[in-house]
Design a protein around this ligand. Structure first.
Ligand code: SF4
Length: 388
C-alpha cells in the first residue's frame, strides 16, 4: 500500500461530493431520530436501499417508536420483516428495542462502546448511528466502504481476512473530517460505495477520488478488493410437507434460533419416510404428490427442499404439536413466512380467485448466518429427530 497524491483531503472531497450528488431524501434522513436511524442501519445490513425503503416505511407506520417495537410480540415483528431475509436481524432488533426501553429509558445511547453491547449492533452500525445522530468522530466500515478504501489505497487481500480488516479500520479512522462534517462524510462514503465505486463497472469518471485512487492509476480497479476464496457449500436436503385442507395450510413455527428462527414454515423432515409417517398422523390414507424440488442458498449451506403435497380429507380434531397451525391461505402474505416458503405457497396453494399482494419476496440471495444477541452463532437446532 502506498500513499495517494496530496491535495484536498479525502474527507473534504467526500463531503463536497455528498452535498452535490449524495442521497438526501431517504425516509430515514428526514430527521436525526436515533430510532429511525438505528432501524434503517439494521435493515441496510446486507440489503440494498431500494429493498429496504418499503420495509422501513411499514415498520415506522406500525412501530413509530422504540416503545411500540419493544411492546410488540416477536411474531408481529417477524411478519413485517418477512421477505427481507437474514432473520436474526429481526430477532436482534426486537431484543435491542427491549433493552433500550428497559436499560436506557427508551433513549438510544449514542456512545459506540455502549451501542456495540446491544443485540445486532456491530462496530460499523454503532459508528453510523453515533455519526448521524451525534456527529461522533468514529469510522464506519461496511462492505461498500471496504471496497472504496481497498481500491483507493490499493489494499491487497480480501477484506474479510482479519489482517486486512484491521488495516482498513486503521485507514478509515485516519481519514475522519472535523466533527461538524461527520454526518455528511459518513453518508457520502456510503453513497459513493453504493452508487459510484460499485462492485462491477465502477464509474471512476464521476468519482471525487479519481485523482488519488491508486487502483485507477494502476489499472487494478477490477482486481481490488481481492475476492474471497470460496469453498464449495455443503448441501442439505429436507422433505417438506405441504398439507392443505379447506383453503388452509399446515405450518410449523421454527425453533427461535437458527435458520428461519421463529418464522412459520412447512413441516420439514430428514427423510421421505419420516414425512410419510407424519402425513399418516394427519390423514389415515394419505395421498402424497411430489412437487418439483426447490433450491435455496444460505451463506453456509445450500438447501434442496423436496415438497410433498397432501390434500387432507378429514384432519384430526387436534394437532399433536403446539407449534403447528392451520393457516388460512388468504393470510399467507401477512404471516411471518420465509420467502421461499411464501413463493411455494403462492405458486401451488393459493385458493382460486385470490390475487397475490405486492408483498415483496426477496430475491434468492444467500441468507447469512448471523450472530445471535449473545454473540454466539446459532446452530440449526433440531426440535425432534425427524425435523430439520
Ligand atoms: S476512482 Fe474508481 S476505483 Fe477509485 S475510488 Fe473512485 S470509483 Fe472507486
Amino acid at each position: 500500500m502506498s500513499a495517494p497524491r496530496a491535495g484536498r483531503t479525502f474527507a473534504a472531497r467526500i463531503v463536497a461530493w455528498q452535498a452535490a450528488h449524495g442521497r438526501k431524501d431517504l425516509p430515514w434522513q428526514v430527521n436525526r431520530d436515533p430510532y429511525r436511524i438505528w432501524l434503517s442501519e439494521v435493515m441496510l445490513q446486507q440489503t440494498q436501499v431500494a429493498t429496504v425503503v418499503p420495509y422501513f416505511t411499514r415498520f415506522c407506520e406500525r412501530f413509530p417508536n422504540v416503545e411500540a417495537l419493544a411492546a410488540a410480540p416477536l411474531t408481529d415483528v417477524l411478519s413485517l420483516w418477512a421477505g427481507l431475509g437474514y432473520y436474526a436481524r429481526a430477532r436482534n432488533l426486537h431484543a435491542c428495542a427491549k433493552q433500550v426501553v428497559e436499560r436506557f429509558g427508551s433513549r438510544f445511547p449514542l456512545n459506540t462502546s455502549v451501542l456495540t453491547g446491544l443485540p445486532g449492533i456491530g462496530r460499523s452500525t454503532a459508528a453510523a448511528i453515533a455519526a448521524f445522530c451525534a456527529n461522533a468522530r468514529v469510522p464506519i466500515l461496511d462492505g461498500n466502504v471496504k471496497r472504496v478504501l481497498a481500491r483507493h489505497f490499493s489494499v491487497e487481500g480480501n477484506p474479510s481476512q482479519a489482517r486486512v480488516e484491521r488495516l482498513l479500520w486503521d485507514k478509515a479512522a485516519s481519514l475522519l473530517p472535523p466533527k461538524s462534517d461527520m454526518a455528511a462524510y459518513t453518508q457520502g462514503l456510503m453513497d459513493l460505495g453504493a452508487t459510484v465505486c460499485t462492485r462491477r463497472a465502477p464509474k471512476c469518471g464521476a468519482c471525487p477520488l479519481r485523482r488519488s485512487c491508486i487502483a485507477k492509476e494502476t489499472g487494478r480497479v477490477e482486481q481490488l478488493p481481492a475476492a474471497r476464496v470460496r469453498r464449495s457449500l455443503p448441501s442439505r436436503r429436507a422433505w417438506a410437507l405441504l398439507a392443505l385442507h379447506e383453503n388452509r395450510v399446515l405450518l410449523q413455527q421454527r425453533a427461535p434460533a437458527g435458520v428461519w428462527g421463529g418464522l412459520y414454515a412447512l413441516p420439514q423432515f430428514t427423510s421421505a419416510a419420516a414425512l410419510r409417517r407424519a402425513a399418516s398422523a394427519i390423514d389415515c390414507r394419505p395421498r402424497l404428490q411430489a412437487l418439483p424440488p426447490r433450491l435455496h442458498a444460505f451463506t453456509h449451506f445450500s438447501l434442496t427442499l423436496l415438497p410433498m403435497r397432501l390434500d387432507v380429507r378429514a384432519p384430526p380434531q387436534a394437532l399433536h404439536e403446539s407449534d403447528l397451525v392451520w393457516l388460512p391461505l388468504e393470510h399467507i402474505d401477512t404471516a411471518p413466512l420465509p420467502a421461499p416458503v411464501l413463493s411455494l405457497l403462492r405458486e401451488t396453494a393459493r385458493p382460486a380467485g385470490t390475487a397475490a399482494t405486492d408483498r415483496p419476496v426477496a430475491a434468492s440471495r444467500p441468507e447469512r448466518r448471523q450472530p445471535s444477541s449473545s454473540g454466539s452463532t446459532p446452530s440449526a437446532t433440531r426440535k425432534r429427530d425427524t425435523m430439520l
